[in-house]
Ligand binder design. Structure first.
Ligand code: S3P
Length: 174
């Protein structure tokens, strides 16, 4: 089984994924890191070279290849694996479909206020957050929140929770 973690930039996807993999002693994958490893470039470099649309194509290709391999393995293996997605992954319809069909997807829902606090000083490696951060979060969340909610099987309201608290809550829910 694959547990995927979705949600806006700064909601804690990677930290919660790592914590969960410690708690459950299972492998952890970070989609952004896989993209950077395969490209041999950072996310801002990829955006600068091929734009958001080129990045989304790579993201879809790598996600679908990981999920097909893992889903095939899953027919014989009972091991749980965790993957943290990028904040925009499920905005590509094909990505949302395979995430919904082939993983148990958890959405870490956070308020704009919480996201803005987490992203304070953390916008450097995030090309989608250029300009006024609070305005950008508001604008992107208006476009994205419904898709996060529709794609996920489990929604956790994370405002005021710690990474450990969120990870423990997921353990009780799966
Ligand atoms: C993006 C989120 C980033 C990364 C890329 C695009 C987005 O991941 O995939 O910069 O569109 O929200 P994080 O959510 O891990 O920052």
């Amino acid at each position: 089984m694959i547990l995927s973690i979705t949600g806006f930039m700064g909601c804690g996807k990677s930290s919660v994924g790592r914590k969960l993999s410690q708690l459950l002693c299972c492998p952890f994958m970070d989609l952004d890191e896989m993209i950077e490893d395969e490209a041999g470039k950072s996310i801002p470099e990829i955006f600068a070279e091929v734009g958001e649309s080129g990045f989304r194509k790579m993201e879809h290709r790598i996600l679908s290849s990981v999920l097909s391999v893992k889903t095939e393995e899953g027919t014989t293996s009972k091991i749980l694996e965790i993957i943290s997605l990028g904040g925009g992954t499920v905005m590509t319809r094909e990505c949302a479909e395979i995430v919904r069909e082939r993983t148990l997807c958890v959405y870490l829902r956070a308020s704009i206020q919480t996201l803005a606090e987490h992203l304070e000083g953390e916008t450097q490696g995030r090309p989608m957050l250029s300009g006024n951060v609070q305005e950008r979060i508001t604008e992107l969340m208006a476009q994205r929140s419904e898709t996060y909610e529709k794609t996920a099987h489990i929604i956790i309201d994370t405002d005021g929770m710690t990474i450990e608290g969120i990870a423990s809550k997921i353990v009780t829910l799966i």
